[in-house]
Design a protein around this ligand. Structure first.
Ligand SMILES: *[C@@H]1O[C@H](CO)[C@@H](O)[C@H](O)[C@H]1NC(C)=O
Ligand SMILES: *[C@@H]1O[C@H](CO)[C@@H](O)[C@H](O)[C@H]1NC(C)=O
Length: 305
């Protein structure tokens, strides 16, 4: 698979030579979110435990699952993940270890060095933190007289790609708005990702038009699995999420999808389909690396710009 990863993109590659290639039972948890943080944590734990009891090995949570999705709740609900004051991620780590499951921990507001981030933590089946993705593209919108939502008023962006090797495959993470940027997906694929997970909360305008389209596009472009995971819809919330958490296969097929209500998608995905699709349609070998390129900017080469 390493040789056929779609990589007109150049970036440091994750060592995924031994990456898992078979069937994985996946659980995508579209959680209802309430105002009380501890209640969100307890509920997420119950849903994860139930999914593990049902045989899931890889469990995905939604964007901002410990707090209401609003500008003013981010600072209040934020946790210092690296500093050890993080009940939300402690629960994820404990549950991953206790149930021997890999968890893509949706996202929570993270406080670090005086800044706030929209952050996804990934835990391996031993409970260890495998990676942390800070939302790279912040959602700022200002249409006069209609809608203003500026994530960048409160949040700072992350500057790094997140692709981690787990015992259920090599997984890349983006958060919500990140899915609109094909470059992130391409570079993650070039690093070896077999599944791209996007915790996200699209709204009632962009959801119906773009949510499934973007997930399909990222899957077909890169010939890999794409998982989107939204909070359940709450019509009384300040921000009304579209829901519709979805799993797309490497040939663009909708493997499973929810509607707007709370629910869990439980399904087997077969990672070997990636290799089959890439062999049948070898986009990587037909890409014109001699005419164009996509290059990751790292600290090493950033200063040269
Ligand atoms: C977001 O929050 C910041 C500070 O908490 C505030 O200054 C700003 O006006 C808020 N923006 C919106 C659109 O609510
Ligand atoms: C959703 O967000 C889009 C911009 O991405 C905006 O144009 C639209 O008005 C929003 N819709 C609702 C229902 O808030």
């Amino acid at each position: 698979m390493a040789s056929s990863a779609p990589a007109s993109a150049s970036g440091s590659k994750v060592d995924n030579a031994e990456a898992f290639q078979g069937k994985v039972k996946l659980a995508v948890c579209q959680l209802s979110i309430v105002a009380e943080k501890q209640q969100n944590i307890d509920h997420a734990r119950e849903v994860i435990e139930k999914a593990a009891d049902d045989g899931a090995r890889l469990i995905v949570l939604p964007e901002m699952w410990n707090c209401p999705y609003s500008n003013d709740s981010f600072p209040t609900y934020a946790e210092d993940i690296d500093g050890g004051a993080s009940p939300s991620t402690d629960m994820l780590s404990d549950t991953a270890r206790a149930r021997k499951v890999t968890i893509i921990g949706g996202s929570i507001p993270e406080r670090s060095g005086g800044k706030l981030y929209n952050t996804c933590c990934i835990y391996g089946s031993d409970g260890k933190l495998l990676g942390k993705h800070r939302k790279m593209h912040l959602f700022d919108i200002d249409i006069p007289g209609k809608i203003t939502f500026r994530e960048s008023d409160t949040l700072s962006p992350g500057n790094t790609f997140t692709v981690v090797k787990t015992d259920v495959g090599c997984i890349g993470v983006g958060i919500c708005y990140d899915i609109r940027f094909p470059e992130l997906a391409m570079l993650s694929a070039a690093k070896g990702a077999q599944i791209l997970c996007y915790p996200g909360a699209f709204n009632m305008t962009t959801g119906p038009l773009h949510w499934e389209l973007l997930a399909k596009a990222r899957a077909v472009d890169n010939q890999l699995f794409v998982v989107t995971c939204s909070p359940a819809r709450d019509d009384g919330a300040g921000y009304i999420a579209w829901g519709h958490s979805t799993v797309i296969g490497p040939f663009g097929k909708v493997e499973a999808a929810l509607e707007e209500k709370e629910g869990v998608l439980l399904l087997d995905i077969d990672l070997s389909e990636i290799e089959t699709r890439r062999t049948n349609m070898p986009l990587e070998h037909q890409r014109r690396h001699d005419v164009y390129q996509l290059v990751e900017i790292t600290d090493r080469n950033r200063s040269a710009l």
